[in-house]
Each structure stands twice: as C-alpha cells, then as structure tokens.
Design a protein around this ligand. Structure first.
Ligand code: MIG
Length: 773
C-alpha cells in the first residue's frame, strides 16, 4: 500500500536506468538479389525486402537469429517487385514505383520516401541494441505530424505526447486518459504528414514501447527480438489501411446477427432469468439479437460445463431464444480448473497440452475456478483440441463465443503468467505473452467454423494482437459508467479501426459503477453507430437493461435500438467494405478529409462510412454541443436543416436527439425497424439527399447474412451513381452477384424532389417523392 503514498516517488528509483545501448555500426557489405537487399554492419546483419511496390520490410538482427519472430500477424507473402538499385557516394538507393529507400553507409541509417518525395521514415539516431536482446530505433517526426493507430489505447485520437506500451493487461482500475497498457497489442501506427498518410508496423511480440513525447522524433523499443518493421506508402489513409490489411489480413463477414443489439450482464445467473429477459424484450417490442452468459452459467467456473442447478436445460434455452430471434453467447476463459475429476483438465494433462516451466512442471495460476492451468495455444494441436471442445456448445445450437481473460489475466502481482513459462517448445512467455490471447481466439474461431457447417461463427475477444480481426470482434474491456468513458470510447474505437480492427465497440452503459437514465440514453445513441453494439454491466451494480431507469428513458433507448436496425443495410454494406478493403465502418473525420487540418484532432465526432457524420452529446445535463462540419453542405438527419461546411456550429440536441448529419447528395440505404435480424427485409429504402448539381455514388451490399456463400459470389452488390442536373436525377445502377435479395429497393428523395428521374437511361414516374429502382 506504500505505493499509494509519496513513497512511490522516492528518489532512489528515479535515477536513470543505466543503459548500455550499442549501435549496429557502419555498413560493410551489401548485396541485392531480386527484391531483397541484404547488408552486413559491424554488429548486425539486415535486410530490406520489398513485399510490393508500396510495402517494404526492414529487418536488422544483431543476435544471429537467436530471437526468430514467432508473430502470427503477417499472412501475406511477397509479390514480385522491380527494384532499381544505385550505389551512391555514402550508400545506396533502392527504388520501386512507390517507395525509395536510401541506405547510408557510415553510420548505417535508413531514410524512406514515397514517390512524391515525402519523407516517411528516417533514422535520426543509429539503430541500437542491448546484449540482453533489446532493440531500439529512433525515427524522425515533424512537429505537425499526427500519429494514429496503436490499437486499443486510451487518450485522444492523436497519440503523440505520451509513451505507449504493448503488453496485454487486464485493467479493472478505472481507465484514464493515460491508463496504459490495456488488453491488446497493436504495434502499428498511421502517421499523417500534411495530409499524406503512411503506416509502420513493428512486428514484435515482446513487450514494446512507443515513446511519442518528443517534438521531432519518436523512439521504438522492443524488449527482445531482431528489429522487424514494415512501412506502408499510403498516401491516402485508406491506402494505408489497404496496404496494412494486405499484410495482416481482413475481417471475414460476421453473421448479421452479430451486428444487431446485444444484451449482457455479469451475470444473468439462471435459465429462468435469461428467459424472462428475452420475454421482456419481446413484450416491450425492443429489438434484440443476442444475450450473453457470463461466468455464472458454468459449474464452478469450469469451461465447457453448465451448472446443473442454474442451467439444467441449456439446449432448450438456446432453442427457446432462437425462436425469439435471439442467439445465446457464452463466455469461455482460458483457465482450466485443476480438478482430477474434470474431463478437460484430465484430457489436457494426459495429452500434455498445458503450459509448463522449462523443468516440466505445470504452470498454475489463480483465476475464477481457483487454481488453474492454461492451454498452450502456441501449439497447433492444442488449438485444434481447444476448438474441438466447443462441440459442447455448438451441439446445442450455440453459434457465438465470448473470449475473456485471455491476456492471459491471472490473479497475482504481475497480473499474468510467469514470464519463465515456456510455450511450444522453447518460446518464453516473455516472448509470446502478447499473442497468447489471439491464438486462443484463433482456435475458437476455427473450431466453431468447422462445427457450424457453413454458418459464420461470431467470436468476441478481449485480448488480441495485430491480426486479431481475422477471428473476432473486439470490445474495449472493463470501462465504467462514467461520462468520461463514453467520451473515451470514441477515440479508442477509431484507433482500433485504423489498426484494422473494424469490428469493435465498448460496453454500452459502462461495465462497472452505476449507470443512470441519462447516461444510458446518451450511450445507447452512440453505441447504435458503433460497429459492435452491446450493453454490458458488472455484478453488484445497478441493472442496465433498456427499461432499468423508467419509461421516459426506455422509450428513447428503444427508439435508438430500432434506429440501429433501420441503419443495418448501411452498416452491413460498410462491413463488406471493411472485409474487402480494410477500411473500417467507423472512421475519424480525417479519413475522409485528410487535407483539412481541422479534422486531424477531432476525437468526439466520427463518420459512419464516407458521408454520414455523428456528433454525440457526451456530457450530463447538456443539450447542445459544438460540431465541426468539413467542406460541403450537410443535412441534419432529423430536421433536414442545412449546414454550410468548413466551419463550426453550436447545435441543439435534447435528450432524445443524437446529432447525425448526412452530406448533401449522399444516398443511404435503410430498412424498417424489426425485432431481430432473423426477420428478412421485404423493402429497403434508399434515401437520396438531393442537391442542385453534382454526382454521388453509393454501394449497397447484401447476402444471406449467415453462410459463407458470399465467398462464392452469392451476394448482391449494387453500385448506384446519381447525377443531379437541372432538376433531374440520373441514376446509373449496376448490380453484381448471384444472390436474389429478399427486398425491393425504393428511392425516397430528401430535400427538393426532382421533376424528372432517369434510371439507366429510362425516364421514370415519381410517386409520392419516391420510385422503385
Ligand atoms: O471481471 O466474466 O471484462 O466483461 O463480465 C473479471 C466476468 C472477468 C471481465 C470482463 C467482463 C466480464 C467479467 N470478466
């Protein structure tokens, strides 16, 4: 407890850590073969490897391969690239169509430029290493550069001005702007330089730090492993995402139900309680697609069991829920209870699947079930085995799993597994800690995928590493029912999205602490436009279901949950875009307006796609706020009032109003509100926000919402182009894909209704301001 007093800042520990950094030295030899340039320095060997014209990998190894990378992040292999090499007075120049890498010989230093000559990366100090296996590099940053990404971090959108650490950690203490690290590690940044974006990914699984406190440089330090990073040329922020996700993969399409409204609590403790919960939603006509079973469903927290008293008939519960259009999602933690009569423990011990120390003794740690062991997810056969255990759930109709505590979290001083534990042979926990959770989630995803026979699994995870989006949605862990945490959730999820985790969200209403009606309303309004939308609440705190705070609040909350379902066709189309391009559905304004410096630091507004902007109210007793509008004209979604962009306005937002703005000219597809995604749409409406003159485009995507048939072309992809001219709208509609939609698409004009409408060259009659496309 002394650490809570001034004792914590006693002088003795504040003395500089004695650092023994050694530079890699001058380049002695260099050799270029195909698209790999290998070089030898006095104290290290290195490689510059072009993966594409716009992606280059840099590795520098002073340790003779002792610390080979075990990162699962990268799934792309290099493509053929033409590299032009030139020797210069003090080094070499390597050039592709999009990147120029300059190697300085003495001392060894790199500079990387894009094809327009923008400086992306430059060593401002020599790359250094420490005998213990640590590495450090220091790259130039201009004072006006903005840094985004770094995955799941607190703070504002721009990550400069702080040190960020990557070391997956369970943090129940209130998350502050500075709380770091949290549950995930994404050693990846997107840098915006005068409107030009580039990316850099340090593929290190060891603990790493990004020191962004300085005006003209940043320092990256890894606790181990050869230096290994990739640079993405950009120049548009969307290009950077396309390049990064080319390397680490893109999200599969989630089942549609995963995009609906989800209700959770730690815990709904009995079967009866879950049934009543679903019944209440239905009686009140509030949409609902999933209910979560937190740890109480298990028999003394043994994974792959149900408590016989609390949940005597899990199969009929799952069945009952499905009849109401609801999926049941149970939690699965990695800790396996030490209990010689428990099958999962026995089986895992017999097969030698749990983590051990080098001397062969099992690692044991305390988690919910008491003393537990932990599967070695770094081993392929363990992942397969773990995946297979999930037939316990899928056999009774479960299609979604929630992975928690997979940092891994252990109830001890270090909060995690002993760093001396070895995985998959001889990888220490120190080395693989940050990927443990991702490997668990991969096991879960693949297990479910196999068992669901063609249906899309849904997995939610707390821990993760770069690439986690290939397997799961991510939620930001244990926030609280604080207004500050509502605010925090926006830059956190925006930066997760910029780090390729497009499908993410925060616990709506706040996990710990007591929510109140006003907070829950404001949070539900925002949550309805986050990629992942779940209300979750901790044990011992005020109930937080939509009706928990009385009729007035309930009606508004219900309206916004319905709004979510009205916006689903748009959100689902954006999901497909994320799946195809890596560009997330929820975006910072910067992503659409990188040349408008006013957008660079906006943490309290966001875009949903490229033409919809949300500017929530996130303060108590507050019914107005300042909104920044980028260039162009914007239409208030509710009042249809117009705003001229390039300036700020004070807007009114009473409790029942989430400020939403649509760009003039935009088209947005909506459905009718419904109780669950189980119900098919018969009609979709394309709202066309008319303008005087100009062109706009929209892509509407749909498929069966449940299977992988979309991978074989079973989808409908409508590319709609609208040209507004002389009171006429000309639509050009192109449709691809083999899926026969269940709906008809009706066009409704918002704003001035045109006098003439032409669809693919054919004039059409307008009835009640609408036509059918
Ligand atoms: O608090 O399983 O973040 O969502 O309800 C420790 C119980 C364990 C942490 C998760 C939270 C979940 C809770 N878990």
């Amino acid at each position: 407890m002394l650490e809570d007093t001034s004792f914590a800042i006693r002088p003795v520990d504040q003395a500089d850590e004695k650092e023994v950094w050694q530079p890699v030295g001058d380049v002695q030899k260099i050799e270029e073969k195909k698209q790999i340039c290998s070089f030898t320095c006095e104290n290290a060997s290195g490689k510059i490897h072009f993966y594409r014209d716009d992606i280059v990998r840099v590795t520098i190894d002073p340790f003779d391969g002792k610390y080979d990378s075990v990162s699962p992040a990268v799934i792309a292999t290099p493509e053929k690239v033409d590299v032009h090499v030139q020797e210069k007075e003090n080094g070499w120049t390597l050039q592709t169509k999009q990147l120029t890498v300059i190697i300085e010989r003495s001392p060894f230093r790199l500079a990387i430029y894009d094809q327009e000559g923008t400086l992306l990366v430059r060593d401002v100090q020599p790359v250094c290493f420490e005998a213990k296996g640590r590495m450090r590099c220091t790259h130039a940053l201009a004072p006006t550069d903005v840094v985004y990404g770094l995955g799941e971090k607190t703070g504002v959108l721009n990550k400069r001005g702080a040190v960020w650490t990557m070391w997956n950690t369970d943090v129940y203490a209130p998350h502050n702007l500075e709380t770091d690290p949290l549950y995930q590690s994404h050693p990846y940044m997107m840098v915006l330089k005068n409107g030009h974006a580039h990316g850099i990914f340090f593929d290190h699984t060891y603990k790493t730090t990004f020191d962004l406190r300085h005006e003209s440089f940043y320092t990256f330090t890894s606790d181990g492993g050869a230096l290994d990073y990739y640079v993405f040329a950009g120049p548009h922020p969307k290009d950077v995402l396309a390049q990064y996700t080319h390397l680490v993969g893109r999200m599969p399409l989630p089942p549609k139900w995963a995009l609906g409204y989800h209700q959770s609590r730690y815990s709904y403790e009995t079967e009866q309680e879950v049934r009543e919960l679903i019944d209440t939603f239905r009686a009140k006509h509030i949409p609902l697609d999933a209910v979560y079973l937190d740890i109480h469903y298990m028999d003394e927290y043994r994974v792959f069991t149900f408590d016989q008293k609390r949940f005597p008939h899990p199969q009929s519960l799952v069945q009952y829920a499905k009849e109401q259009g609801v999926h049941i999602v149970p939690i699965v933690d990695p800790g396996v209870k030490v209990d010689a009569e428990y099958d999962t423990y026995r089986d895992g011990v017999q097969k030698d699947y749990f983590c051990k120390y080098a001397d062969g003794t099992l690692y044991k740690g305390d988690v919910w079930p008491g003393t537990s062991v932990f599967p070695d997810f770094l081993k392929k056969k363990v992942r397969k085995w773990w995946g297979e255990q999930h037939t316990f759930y899928t056999d009774i109709g479960i299609e979604g799993i929630w992975n928690d505590m997979n940092e891994p979290s252990v109830f001890n001083e270090t909060k995690t597994m002993d760093e001396q534990v070895v995985h998959d042979g001889w990888k220490t926990h120190r080395q693989v800690h940050n990927v443990y959770g991702m490997m668990m989630t991969e096991a879960t995803y693949h297990g479910l995928k196999k068992q669901l026979k063609g249906k899309r699994p849904f997995v939610l995870t707390r821990a993760g590493f770069a690439g986690i989006h290939r397997y799961a949605a991510v939620w930001t862990g244990d926030n609280r029912s604080f207004w500050e945490h509502l605010e925090l959730s926006i830059p956190m999820c925006l930066n997760l999205g910029l780090s390729a985790v497009a499908f993410c969200g925060a616990d709506v209403g706040g996990f710990a602490h007591d929510a109140n009606g006003e907070l829950l309303v404001r949070w539900t309004q925002v949550g309805a436009f986050f990629p992942y939308f779940r209300n979750h609440c901790a044990i011992g705190f005020a109930r937080q279901e939509p009706w928990a705070f009385g009729e007035t609040y309930e009606q508004i909350i219900k309206r916004y949950i319905e709004l979510r379902y009205e916006w689903l066709p748009h959100l689902y189309s954006l999901c497909f875009e994320a799946h195809q391009t890596g560009v997330p559905m929820m975006r910072p304004l910067m992503m659409e307006y990188p040349n408008d410096r006013e957008t660079w630091n906006i943490s309290d507004q966001f875009m949903v796609g490229n033409e919809v902007m949300v500017a929530p109210v996130m303060r108590p007793y507050t019914a107005h706020r300042i909104v920044y509008f980028p260039e162009g004209r914007w239409v208030d979604y509710w009042t249809k009032e117009k705003f001229e962009g390039g300036q700020r306005y004070i807007v009114e937002a009473p409790l029942d109003r989430l400020p939403i703005y649509v760009k003039e000219g935009a088209m947005i597809a909506h459905a009718k509100a419904k109780l669950s995604t189980f119900i098919k749409d018969e009609q979709l409406t394309l709202y066309v926000y008319t303008m005087k003159e100009g062109t706009s485009t929209y892509t509407l995507y749909d498929d069966d919402g449940t299977t992988f048939a979309y991978e074989k072309g079973e989808y409908v992809h409508m590319h709609i182009r609208a040209t507004f001219l002389d009171d006429t709208v000309y639509f050009e509609v192109e449709t691809e894909g083999a899926y026969e939609p269940t709906w008809q698409l009706r066009v409704v004009f918002v704003g001035d209704v045109p006098s003439t409408v032409v669809v693919n060259g054919e004039q059409r009659a307008i009835e009640e301001a609408s036509i059918v496309l």
